[in-house]
Design a protein around this ligand. Sequence first.
Ligand SMILES: [Zn+2]
Length: 92
Amino acid sequence: MTELPQHVPTDRLGVLIAAYEYEMGSCFRCPRKGTQVTRFGEITSDEGETPLYACRECVQELLTMHERAMERMDTRPRIVQLPRAPRGVEAD
Ligand SMILES: [Zn+2]
């Protein structure tokens, strides 16, 4: 078995993806479980909020979608690092 070389991001999108803090978990967007995910958003209602964690591959797709949508406006995406939500905490 050959080990993959360590991927060092040099492109702008890669740098953006690497800027997120990752932890082990399940991706909200694809079936990956037990993979590196970052908190990417949340669903909110009057009862509370459910954090959404996305894996690197989905973060890349979401950032690419955002960049394509913003292309005409000549703006760049910026990282908003959402706080980690404690797992298994019940709402009051
Ligand atoms: Zn994913």
